[in-house]
Design a protein around this ligand. Structure first.
Ligand code: AMP
Length: 434
């Protein structure tokens, strides 16, 4: 199937050609005709599957046709609700790209920045609004945004709305939208609360399910390095010495940890930026743009800040910390290998994270290959089982001298490398504990 087979009009097909999209992704192939036919859609799809175009192209086409038929003045007709500022900006950029020959106007509103440019833009007339829940409710409360003319409503990343505690805000917003509307709800997972919400806001929806969370990672080359917590930063620097890593989105579990990693990398001469919830909106955007433009090679991020971030040609995702939720691992590594391209994901795993690794492997249903040869092997790799659980006659073999000396050797090599090549980084960042 090609984009010509989807019933799209020329101004949209032209923009899609300019994006160099050759064939529709599965979610686009199935969703676009349903939306163009006026159906409500429940989409089980995550970012990276091409779902933004799956809803944006039909919305643009329906609004374009309406304007041509009725010649009406601009009025706010489509609302896309999404959980984070980054996603809102990204969706806004997608509407801008796909709609560049439609003459339609799209505005993004999100918190953390002055509301004035946003309200000015709303006041000047707009067709499509992309918004995060908090700022939208705020503007509605101030009487600066009116949703009574909305006829196309998209709820994006519904499960994240739930995780981030936005679900009540979302419900309040939905109560302000006319019930006579076309609704599309997208979610990577379908917990009970989202299934209930879906059944209350969608009318006879068609369900489109694409690539369950665990199978989207198939095209991504994954590996794991076992390393002690204190050596993670040294190993990361070592890995980044390879020119194969042209751009690496590096995940930290905490904001504080993200700052420390970024500082250690900068101190080691590796241009890096950081993005997390404590950074101002302008700092986050600057860090993201620097990374996208190749001014920095590494963007260190926490999960919330990186949610949905779309970076073309991202060469690597590095999990500096393994996430405790296995689904988060899948979301993280899905930042690379976008829209069917291959990608590389590297994870650094310390002894305490081995249980997380096992849950991840269970979810993705495969073992992640372990890289054995590296300069900072885990030193504490055998934990004795608790005494009382040992069999009575258990008689542990004495540590063979070869094993002992290999262990000592690797320890020695590690400390040598530490001193020789990463002295500065080690001095500035002696540990990476959070
Ligand atoms: P999304 O899931 O909407 O975040 O899209 C993920 C990435 O896939 C974005 O970089 C899109 O530009 C890209 N993309 C979307 N549709 C296609 C397509 N049909 N062919 C190639 N790339 C696409």
């Amino acid at each position: 199937m090609t984009f010509n087979d989807l019933g799209l009009i020329e101004p949209i097909k032209r923009a899609v050609r300019e994006e160099a999209y050759e064939i529709p992704t599965p979610v686009q192939e199935r969703t676009i005709p349903l939306l163009l036919a006026g159906r409500d859609v429940l989409g089980c799809a995550q970012t990276g599957t091409g779902k933004t175009a799956a809803f944006a192209l039909p919305i643009l086409q329906m609004l374009y046709n309406r304007r041509r038929e009725r010649g009406t003045a601009r009025s706010l007709q489509a609302l896309i609700l999404t959980p984070t500022r980054e996603l809102a900006i990204q969706i806004g950029e997608s509407f801008h790209s796909y709609g560049r020959y439609t003459g339609l106007k799209c505005v993004c509103i999100f918190g953390g920045v002055s509301q004035n440019p946003q309200t000015d833009a709303l006041g000047a007339g707009v067709d499509i609004l992309v918004a995060t829940p908090g700022r939208l409710l705020d503007l509605i409360g101030q009487g600066l945004c009116d949703l009574s003319t909305i006829s196309l409503f998209t709820l994006d990343e519904a499960d994240r709305m739930l995780d981030m505690g936005f679900i009540h805000d979302v419900q309040k917003i939905i109560s302000k939208i006319p019930t006579k509307r076309q609704t599309m709800l997208f979610s990577a997972t379908m917990p009970q609360e989202i299934a209930t919400l879906a059944s209350s806001i969608l009318k006879s929806p068609e369900t489109v399910t694409v690539t369950p969370v665990s199978s989207t990672v198939d095209s991504i080359e994954q590996s794991v390095y076992f390393v002690d917590k204190a050596n993670k930063i040294l190993l990361l620097i070592e890995l980044l010495c390879s020119s194969a890593i042209t751009s690496a989105l590096t995940f930290s579990r905490t904001k504080h940890g993200a700052n420390k990693i970024c500082k250690a990398l900068c101190d080691a001469g590796i241009p890096s930026g950081v993005i997390h919830g404590n950074k101002s909106q302008s700092a986050r955007q600057a860090a993201l743009s620097d990374f996208k433009e190749g001014k920095t090679r590494v963007l260190v991020a926490t999960d919330i800040a990186a949610r949905g971030i779309d970076i073309d040609r991202l060469s690597h995702v590095i999990n500096f910390d393994l996430p405790n939720e296995p689904e988060t691992y899948v979301h993280r590594i899905g930042r690379t290998g976008r829209a069917g391209l291959s990608g590389i994901a590297i994870s650094l795993c310390n002894i305490d994270e081995k249980a997380y690794l096992r849950s991840i492997e269970r979810l993705i249903n495969k073992e992640i290959p372990v890289v054995e040869q590296h300069p900072f092997p885990m030193q504490i790799f055998t934990l004795s089982p608790p005494e009382q659980k040992q069999p009575r006659n258990f008689n542990p073999a004495p540590l063979r001298s070869g094993a002992k000396s290999a262990n000592n050797r690797s320890r020695h090599e590690a400390s040598f490398r530490k001193n020789a090549s990463h002295k500065r980084a080690a001095r500035n960042n002696p540990d990476t504990d959070h």
